[in-house]
Ligand binder design. Structure first.
Ligand code: ZN
Ligand code: ZN
Length: 219
């Protein structure tokens, strides 16, 4: 989210990663973390006018799972706009949910990472685990869909379905709280580093998907 300097962005340095220029190193860390989990992201793709009239640019949109991610460093605790977006985009279906994503779009806040409890080769000491919460509403759990294998966050609102393929996941997969530390936070890796899980095949698929006329057209 775009903040004025007095809101705590002092020291943020524009940084490039994967062809995108980010406002801060923390946002790059998040982009790398999402890549490591094979979660597709777009950085600041949309300017949203909230019901209050405030203008809001969320940090990340995760298009395969219908999730907004607002990255919050330790000095930026305020999250009112993310909460307002969450209320605005959550499911209002009266019976069966017919939203593009089960129970509507989800907003999560990325918090300062949990530190690792040990030194690891190739990682700086603070490299640890992702910490998140939701700015409003039910908690979000991290899981990997047993049907399509996509990592994602889902809420406790039922039915529990994969946000990408809509398969019912209840009873078929483990849901992790933030405190369970299921996801590594990728911090400060050198330029040119590639996520270990990214194969050549995946790169080709992504190129096709982002080509004009591709399948990524739900806006
Ligand atoms: Zn719905
Ligand atoms: Zn799935």
């Amino acid at each position: 989210m775009t903040e004025s300097p007095e809101e705590g962005r002092i020291g943020a340095v524009p940084t490039e990663y994967g062809g995108t220029t980010f406002r801060s190193r923390l946002e790059v860390d998040w982009a790398q973390t999402l890549d490591g989990a094979r979660i597709k992201w777009r950085y600041e793709p949309e300017t949203i006018t909230l019901p209050s009239g405030k203008v809001y640019i969320p940090d990340f949109w995760l298009p395969e799972i219908g999730v907004w991610l607002e990255v919050k460093g330790p000095n930026v605790p305020r999250i009112e706009k993310a909460a307002e977006l969450a209320r605005m985009r959550t499911c209002c279906c009266e019976r069966e949910c017919t939203c593009r994503w089960p129970v509507g779009e989800l907003v999560i806040a990325g918090r300062q990472s949990f530190p690792s409890d040990r030194q690891e080769p190739g990682r700086r000491p603070p490299a640890g685990y992702v910490a998140w919460d939701t700015p409003v509403g039910p908690s979000a759990y991290y899981m990997t869909c047993p049907s399509c294998d996509r990592a994602q966050w889902i809420t406790t609102k039922r039915p529990w379905r994969c946000r990408a393929c809509r398969a019912v996941v209840e009873g078929r997969t483990v849901l992790y709280r933030s405190a369970d530390r299921p996801l590594r936070f990728v911090e400060g890796l050198p330029t040119g580093w590639k996520p270990p899980h990214m194969s050549a095949t995946r790169d080709v698929e992504e190129d096709q998907e982002y080509a004009p006329g591709g399948s990524d057209n739900w806006g």
